[in-house]
Design a protein around this ligand. Structure first.
Ligand SMILES: [Zn+2]
Length: 319
């Protein structure tokens, strides 16, 4: 399928499923899967499946590889490569998702899921197989797979508007536990708005960022705090040099809990003297931006001109 139409389709799927994904997420987050004896032999007893037998060895679909036991996101399909060793190989993990331990054999480095300590396999460096010079050699049986189209269903979402979406995305996409960010438009009336329509002010949309995160590793509150500290929530309908209602500060909450947390953070900031104008609005359709807007700062190696971090909460503070 053409990438642009896939994106629109994904947006619609995400919207359609917003209502019933929460129960699923809560259940899957707190419960560990019951393992079969074969899975237990590798995941708990630290065994190794026979090479060339695992279901992910030659698997090439786009998506995320997750922990078979707890569901935490571990690897991205774009970091998978064919090493020819007979086990799925990745040259990078999702930051912070995998821990390294000295193997009892004293030579190799064992890798485990950070969240539940499931045994994954071993990591090797210095083999020069890819530019990153690292090979995570992972048992297929230690993993599950979430196709690209199901990522927003399996994990949690949040939607923030705070000025130019590239600036907001730049900081949120680097946060621990964030799996994916998408720039786009929300909060307006036009169906499938274009950048030109949003800039012309007629559509009512705000430039926004949809964040998909792993609730095992971060929380809405942590991401919302980062949002408040990386844009200026006291500016009305502008953000630095960018002026217009499409640059407004707004949280489009997806659950009553997100709304309550946002209210609590705004109250805490107001108590500190920040005249916060951030709006709280129930989430409506999120329209992914045109292809040329994706990962702008990452692709260009630049830092945002319109957003700069300002500490507004004290570290470890619980407002
Ligand atoms: Zn796990």
């Amino acid at each position: 399928m053409h990438r642009a139409s896939l994106t629109v389709l994904l947006g619609l799927i995400t919207l359609a499923q917003t209502g019933f994904t929460l129960t699923l997420q809560e259940n899957s987050m707190n419960e560990w899967r019951k393992l079969t004896p074969k899975e237990e032999q590798v995941i708990v007893q630290k065994g190794t499946e026979a090479p060339f037998t695992g279901r992910f060895d030659k698997f090439k679909t786009e998506g995320l590889y997750t922990c078979r036991r707890c569901g935490a996101a571990l690897y991205r399909s774009e970091d998978k490569f064919d090493s020819g060793c007979g086990w799925p190989s990745f040259d990078a993990e999702i930051p912070g998702a995998v821990k390294r331990l000295k193997d009892p054999d004293g030579q190799r480095i064992e890798i485990e899921c950070v969240h539940c300590s499931a045994h994954l396999g071993h990591v090797f460096t210095g083999e020069k197989m890819t530019a990153r010079n690292t090979r995570h050699c992972v048992n297929s049986i230690s993993m599950d797979f979430v196709p690209q189209a199901d990522i927003a269903k399996q994990f949690e979402r949040a939607i923030f508007a705070g000025g130019c979406f590239w600036g907001v995305e730049y900081y949120l996409q680097k946060a621990p536990g964030v799996l994916r960010t998408t720039v786009g438009y929300t909060g307006g009336k036009t169906v499938k708005p274009t950048y030109q329509q949003v800039c012309a002010h007629g559509s009512g949309h705000a430039e926004a960022v949809e964040v998909v995160y792993d609730p095992r590793r971060t929380s809405f509150e942590k991401i919302a705090r980062l949002f408040f500290e990386t844009h200026d929530p006291t500016e009305l309908n502008r953000q630095g040099p960018d002026v217009g209602d499409q640059y407004r500060s707004e949280i489009f909450y997806l659950t009553p809990e997100q709304k309550e947390i946002s209210k609590k953070l705004i109250k805490a900031l107001k108590n500190k003297g920040w005249a916060v104008v951030t709006r709280l609005t129930p989430a409506v359709a999120f329209w992914p931006g045109e292809e040329y807007h994706r990962d702008y700062y990452l692709r260009n190696g630049k830092t945002p001109y319109c957003h700069r971090p300002v500490p507004r909460f004290e570290k470890g503070e619980n407002p």
